[in-house]
Design a protein around this ligand. Structure first.
Ligand code: DHK
Length: 169
């Protein structure tokens, strides 16, 4: 069966960029010094390097961002959709369990979304588990430390390749 190349709000698969957005929420700018027993000693710059190197192996580039502000994250999600990003990885941090605004923005994404948490949120306080973002995510990675970002990008690349091969004429 041949599926339509046209997607729901106008971005054609053929127009899809080779860019994966990687968005990080509040306090992830402090990685390396913030509760290292939970989040490890790697910095956000290390995470960016890991994401870029991983994406490059799969033929993608990365747009890497962090903000402590909910609205900035919403704007970047809308930007990713408008620019036809191939996928989006998000560690919403403290907004995971509070932000309907981020969920609503993610629900407009046509490209797959993967939610990442550095720590195993299921082994921590119960309030950390109830993620709004998961409702818009194709997959969730948690508990692998910063390696979770690389796993998310690898998984996204596999999803994108599968979609493209299903929609080939
Ligand atoms: C990071 C945070 O800042 C917390 O608010 C989440 C997540 C867990 C992480 O493990 O990356 O609860």
């Amino acid at each position: 069966m041949t599926l339509s190349r046209r997607q729901t709000t106008g971005v054609r698969l053929s127009q899809m960029s080779k860019i994966i957005y990687v968005l990080n929420g509040p306090s992830l700018n402090l990685l390396g010094t913030r509760q290292p027993e939970i989040y490890g000693r790697s910095t956000l710059a290390d995470v960016e390097k890991l994401c870029c190197a991983t994406a490059e192996r799969y033929g993608f580039a990365v747009e890497f961002r962090q903000s402590n502000y909910e609205g900035a994250i919403v704007d970047w999600i809308q930007e990713a959709q408008a620019k036809g990003a191939a996928g989006l990885v998000i560690n919403p941090a403290g907004y995971t369990t509070t932000s309907v605004a981020i969920l609503d923005a993610l629900l407009t994404m046509e490209a797959p979304v993967v939610e990442v948490h550095i720590s195993n949120i299921h082994a921590r306080e119960p309030f950390r588990r109830d993620s709004y973002v998961s409702r818009a995510a194709r997959a969730v990675v948690c508990g692998f430390g910063i390696e979770g970002y690389a796993l998310a990008i690898g998984g996204l690349a596999t999803m994108v390749a599968a979609t493209q091969s299903r929609t080939k004429d």
